[in-house]
Design a protein around this ligand. Structure first.
Ligand SMILES: C[S@@+](CC[C@H](N)C(=O)[O-])C[C@H]1O[C@@H](n2cnc3c(N)ncnc32)[C@H](O)[C@@H]1O
Length: 302
């Protein structure tokens, strides 16, 4: 589910629950729809990146060396230009970090990369002259995910080390950025010609049947309009044909109608009655409608 879709989902249904004034229920509800974030989509807040870069420049005496950031939605780091003497300082998709490290090492490009703290040593790069910087600093990324972050570089001399000053700088920048309210869930609304898994899951929740044929779509990771802003579709999506887009719109309308309807829940007592209904007649199910007590109640006897 994209952070956007989580927000859309929460805004629609949350109004209903909030109106009931049940704060606890509301909290549980919003927690349930917090997006499952993947680290590949964790964008670095500028102050955090600046803190890392400041430390890297000083630590490795980079002077005026050109800094390259090749990782962005739709990017291809292997097709990027790497001017002589440059250094890559960036946050790559963690899912391909071993491959990235190997490629830069083979090409002789200097790099300092964000890396997953908990699996820092699990890559297959021990023999290619890299240094693991064990920081484990809890960076709060732009999408609100807090990820323990370390780093990997080929500009150091040992195999592994700590860097307390780097930890302090990044931690300070991350907390300050989050406190300033700079980290917020983006509010995106996609056109009918885009569907994501999270959008379709919402229809399923509201009992809407929907199917998409492979011939009616193509997978996309971001809209062209998002690329220039460095944004992407969280979890990717499908670009739809006109027919599929019309079906998507119909599913959305159906789900919205059902979401807007007042849903009365069954009580435990009613559920117990239901559990006994439909049994064989030998059990002699008898249902009586009691008028006493204002509302009607049902009693089952077997
Ligand atoms: C963790 S995000 C970080 C983005 C940005 N560099 C930052 O620091 O905020 C990694 C980005 O790399 C992009 N990406 C995925 N595969 C890539 C590749 N082969 N080459 C370049 N970028 C890629 C992803 O789409 C994603 O936007």
């Amino acid at each position: 589910m994209t952070t956007t879709e989580a927000v859309q989902l929460m805004m629609t249904d949350a109004a209903e629950i909030q109106a009931q004034g049940e704060a606890e229920k509301y909290q549980a509800f919003t927690d349930k729809f917090k997006p499952a974030l993947t680290t590949d989509d964790c964008y670095t807040p500028a102050p955090v990146y600046d803190a890392v870069l400041e430390w890297v420049r000083k630590e490795y005496s980079l002077g005026g060396a050109e800094i390259v950031r090749p990782f962005w939605p739709g990017g291809d780091y292997q097709a990027q230009e790497y001017p002589e003497g440059c250094a890559v300082v960036d946050n790559p998709p963690f899912s391909i970090i071993s491959q990235v490290v190997r490629w830069y090492t083979q090409k002789g490009v200097r790099f300092f990369l964000f890396a997953p703290a908990l699996t820092l040593f699990s890559g297959s790069n021990y023999d290619c002259g890299v240094t693991f910087i064990c920081c484990g600093v809890g960076v709060i990324y732009e999408n609100g995910a807090q990820v323990p972050t370390s780093f990997v570089t080929n500009m150091d001399t040992c195999l592994a080390r700590t860097a307390p000053e780097l930890y302090r700088l990044v931690d300070e920048a991350s907390v300050k950025n989050a406190k300033a309210g700079k980290v917020s869930l983006p509010k995106y609304v996609y056109p009918d010609h885009i569907v994501t898994a999270a959008i379709a899951q919402r229809w399923c929740k509201y009992g809407v049947e929907w199917r998409l044929s492979a011939s009616d779509c193509v997978q996309v990771s971001s809209l062209d309009a998002q690329k220039s802003a460095g944004k992407a579709i969280f979890g990717k999506g499908f670009l739809l044909s006109d027919t599929a887009a019309a079906e998507r719109a119909a599913a959305e309308r159906a789900a919205a109608e059902r979401a807007a309807a007042t849903r009365w829940p069954l009580s435990e007592r009613e559920k117990a009655i239901i559990a006994r209904l439909g049994r064989k007649s030998t059990e002699n199910v008898e249902i009586q409608h009691e008028q006493a007590g204002g509302g009607g109640s049902l009693i089952c006897r077997s």
